[in-house]
Design a protein around this ligand. Sequence first.
Ligand SMILES: NC(=O)C1=CN([C@@H]2O[C@H](COP(=O)(O)OP(=O)(O)OC[C@H]3O[C@@H](n4cnc5c(N)ncnc54)[C@H](OP(=O)(O)O)[C@@H]3O)[C@@H](O)[C@H]2O)C=CC1
Ligand SMILES: O=C(CO)COP(=O)(O)O
Ligand SMILES: [Zn+2]
Length: 349
Amino acid sequence: MFEKSSWIRLPRNVVVGHGVLSETTAAIDELHLHGTPLLVTSPTPNEVAGQRVADQFEDAGWGVETVVIEEASFESVQRVIDVANEVNPGYLVGVGGGKAIDIAKMASDEIGRGFVSVPTAASHDGIVSGRGSVPEEDTRHSVAAEPPLAVVADTEIIADAPWELTTAGCADIISNYTAVEDWRLAQRLQNVEFHEYAATLAEMTAEMLVDNADTIRPGLEESSWVVVKALVSSGVAMSIADSSRPASGAEHLFSHQLDRIAPGAALHGHQVGVGSIITEYLHGGDWRGIRDALATIGAPTTADELGIDAETVVEALTTAHEIRDRYTILGNGMSRAAAYEAAETTKVI
Ligand SMILES: NC(=O)C1=CN([C@@H]2O[C@H](COP(=O)(O)OP(=O)(O)OC[C@H]3O[C@@H](n4cnc5c(N)ncnc54)[C@H](OP(=O)(O)O)[C@@H]3O)[C@@H](O)[C@H]2O)C=CC1
Ligand SMILES: O=C(CO)COP(=O)(O)O
Ligand SMILES: [Zn+2]
């Protein structure tokens, strides 16, 4: 039965490969955008890529305005909006990790301009999605934001980024397994809207990454390529669902709660990976398989490796269900005894 219309907003040009940063203007030119680009970046990404992108824009005769943000905050989003109000850009270009990209996509959404994503790290699937997240107070989870019109992912630059950013991106993809299990559960128990295509794509993406886990190695540019492709697929799954459901279940609630209790302890992807080991155990599934895939890639599998203690894990597990209205295997909350049992059995603590 057709109940309502749905919009699937996908990037038109996804350019991935060695040296493709030099094709940024070509990828944008194809979109028939007009006006001066506003480049949003952060300090290191600006050095490794932003300045080169700005030079390309100048050489193309398009001009460019640049904002360098240091922090992932609503203040930074506002700063970009303020600059945009002054210079009236044709579109925004985010160059960096999740911080610069999310700030650019949230500002784009606010001012109604197109957004182009130029990731310098493969740290999570936000680099290609239409979801934005700023780690402040009540909004730990992502919200709808401007999806990228184009993504330009230069694997030469991404392979040179700190390796733990790539293992975090891998773990974010592996967490799709439990995210989809939670989504199916929510459909059965709560009649939550479910999209088979989006769920299958998200699961298949995780499966392909796990199948290739032993080829993902630091210093191998091919590994960055595999991870970026997986992040693109995961972003597409979220666009099809018009929700982060295909890539975010209870393991993400656990991570968002850790961000509250122990801010900055570990990377998003590493936290959701450890969360996935525990929530797969709660689902009665192959949690050892998830743990082994994470370990093979070199992502954390224990609280120690995340830099948090047992009490923090238990507090996050018992309160994670309060993060948002999203039904998962955590139901209405875990007891402390159950949280200890799950974390100990899976050797997370
Ligand atoms: N939209 C979504 O679905 C999601 C969004 N997020 C958001 O994303 C952000 C986290 O993303 P993440 O990528 O980890 O964070 P950052 O963008 O802060 O990048 C992490 C670090 O890596 C540095 N860096 C980036 N690229 C390179 C490179 N090529 N070489 C060397 N250093 C590099 C950055 O430098 P510098 O400090 O100079 O920027 C920063 O220190 C948070 O704001 C979070 O809220 C997280 C999960 C999901
Ligand atoms: O990180 C995400 C998917 O990997 C986004 O999920 P959230 O909506 O839970 O922030
Ligand atoms: Zn995630």
